[in-house]
Design a binder for this molecule. Sequence first.
Ligand SMILES: Nc1nc2c(c(=O)[nH]1)N[C@H]1C(S)=C(S)[C@@H](COP(=O)(O)OP(=O)(O)OC[C@H]3O[C@@H](n4cnc5c(=O)[nH]c(N)nc54)[C@H](O)[C@@H]3O)O[C@H]1N2
Ligand SMILES: Nc1nc2c(c(=O)[nH]1)N[C@H]1C(S)=C(S)[C@@H](COP(=O)(O)OP(=O)(O)OC[C@H]3O[C@@H](n4cnc5c(=O)[nH]c(N)nc54)[C@H](O)[C@@H]3O)O[C@H]1N2
Ligand code: SF4
Ligand SMILES: [Mo]
Length: 579
Amino acid sequence: MNKTTCPLDCYDACSVIYEEGKLKGDKAHPVTKGYLCPNLNRYLSEPRILHPRFKGEEITMDRAIEILATMLEETQDLETLYFKGHGNFGKLQDAPAHFFRQYGATFTKGSLCDGAGEAGVIAGRGESLSMPYEQIAKSRIVVVWGRNISVSNSHFMELIKDKILIVIDPVKTELAKKASIHLQIKPREDFYLAMLLARFVYIEQMENYDFIDNFTNDFDYFVELIRSFPVKTLSERVGVALDDVLTALMLMKEEKVAILVGVGVQKYANGHSVLHAIDSFAAMLGLFAKEGSGVSYLANSGLGFTHIFPKGKKQVPIATVDFAKYDLAFIQGSNPANQMPRTAKVIDGLQKCKFTVYFGLYENETSKLADLVIPAKNFLEKEDIRFSYGTDFIGRMPKLVESEIGIDEVTLTNRLCEAFGFETLPQPRKMIEMIVGNNVFEKDGYLRNKEYEKVPYADGFYTDDEKFQFMDEYEDEACEADGFYLITCKQRHSLNSQFKRDSYIYVPPVCGFADGDIVRAISPYGEAEFRVKVNEDLREDCVMIYSGTPGVNYLTPDALSLEGESAIYQETRIVLEKV
Ligand SMILES: Nc1nc2c(c(=O)[nH]1)N[C@H]1C(S)=C(S)[C@@H](COP(=O)(O)OP(=O)(O)OC[C@H]3O[C@@H](n4cnc5c(=O)[nH]c(N)nc54)[C@H](O)[C@@H]3O)O[C@H]1N2
Ligand SMILES: Nc1nc2c(c(=O)[nH]1)N[C@H]1C(S)=C(S)[C@@H](COP(=O)(O)OP(=O)(O)OC[C@H]3O[C@@H](n4cnc5c(=O)[nH]c(N)nc54)[C@H](O)[C@@H]3O)O[C@H]1N2
Ligand code: SF4
Ligand SMILES: [Mo]
């Protein structure tokens, strides 16, 4: 049987069977349960880039590599950038770092995705571990906080279908409509909601002192922090009824509670504080290191594995990269001209950069601007392995198809290394075993991360003294502009800018626009035009534009979170004008 794993940047890391030229969901896999989502279902019919291209002219792969090597040689003493996204989540996608480190290129650090929240998790727990699916299965209450499970993590719907569901989201999502309680929170106020919940735990004396005394530090400072905000202020800020917050908390009393947090809560300057506050609230209830309970954010998928492709020393934050500063930019597995914040600056930078290379599967805004376009092989045509940020499953991705199209990351790296006389890479299989080492165990026929053999954090946290560190201070730098909050999240039929993209701005009825109107959306960072769809599921103070929608990132800031060097797409406000 031809078993492989979905390569896409997604929580589920589905197990896939490749049969008779078709991709099918693996029925035996406990998460995948036999079906794939619309994105992977579209994967094989999506038009690919078939041939390399130099300044618009089709060329051979050999010629493309020759041009790339020559350009790299000519710019060796100048500034070269290696910019990599996550179009494919395989570990060997990092192979080109092996060349670019020896070459002396500038690398990126930080994140376009989950970095702000991750910084907050690390502050409390030392490392971000997710909840294994068996543990979520044992919970009774599931709190989904800023994660749109039915869209971005769809295989968890089955897992949580019989649970008591609490959803915290400014949008009345399909998931929120199924929930026992939906807290339709004002965007960006999740820190204050966590403070309010913690305050109620304190008032109701629901603290788990057994856990607090033995496994945590600085609880007294946390109590001081939560008491520094008057309940009235907290309740005004979060914009939801106090009764609902209290009812939600009472549902959690003495129960097994799984809190599944997504990136929605942390696309702001204070994103780290939101996660640290949610974790601190959970620690107060003793939800860690316990069967059926925990807080699951996007996990460090590489935990315990060997990094065989270290980055170079020169690194700049990915969210604020200024392509104009580089003589050569090598862009792999990413579409920065659509997905990075502040598109006008990104496009200007790509135009000013003397030589841009796009290495990917599909045509998009970035490939159109590139001097040299190099098609990649798809995940069926090369050997790899992937880890997951949503579960602890590990998926092998063997080579299953021979194809004339494109080049894989390892071969391209070796061709460049040969051209420069650098050390080349071992065989893919050998590298995979070097990465994995003995950090895996097998259960029911599937590979899992050994760090998860026990309940996460059962042997202590990953901090210096192995205790959970409560939050003890709060800082913030909010956008002060007027206008609507921008919600920019994932949609079902695209994987960021891959596959079937959306094109609308969703507005609440209070805006007074009608379906089909064209509006100009203006933020402090730029503007773009969109077609309107009126949506009753939005709060009156929000507009929504999905990730991948052409134009959306003209509106988003090229600024970093206070911690975690992450993009902060929603730290902006939007004003609308009818065109
Ligand atoms: N179909 C599909 N699946 C995907 C992706 C995709 O593009 N399409 N992308 C993948 C990637 S790269 C990632 S990182 C994950 C992310 O997947 P998720 O973690 O689900 O992230 P988002 O969809 O960005 O936002 C989740 C929810 O947060 C809500 N939200 C927005 N602002 C706030 C706020 O201030 N507070 C609260 N409480 N909620 C808020 C949004 O309304 C949305 O419902 O999904 C992965 N899966
Ligand atoms: N407005 C807004 N912006 C966002 C977000 C948002 O929610 N809203 N989300 C942010 C998040 S969470 C993320 S993770 C980023 C994602 O941003 P990107 O990483 O840029 O993601 P994609 O748009 O999916 O582009 C992936 C590219 O990878 C290429 N690719 C696919 N497979 C392979 C392969 O095997 N090899 C090579 N070489 N290339 C391949 C495809 O051609 C595709 O162009 O976007 C961020 N930007
Ligand atoms: S749900 Fe995620 S992992 Fe599963 S097939 Fe779709 S994109 Fe791939
Ligand atoms: Mo992401």
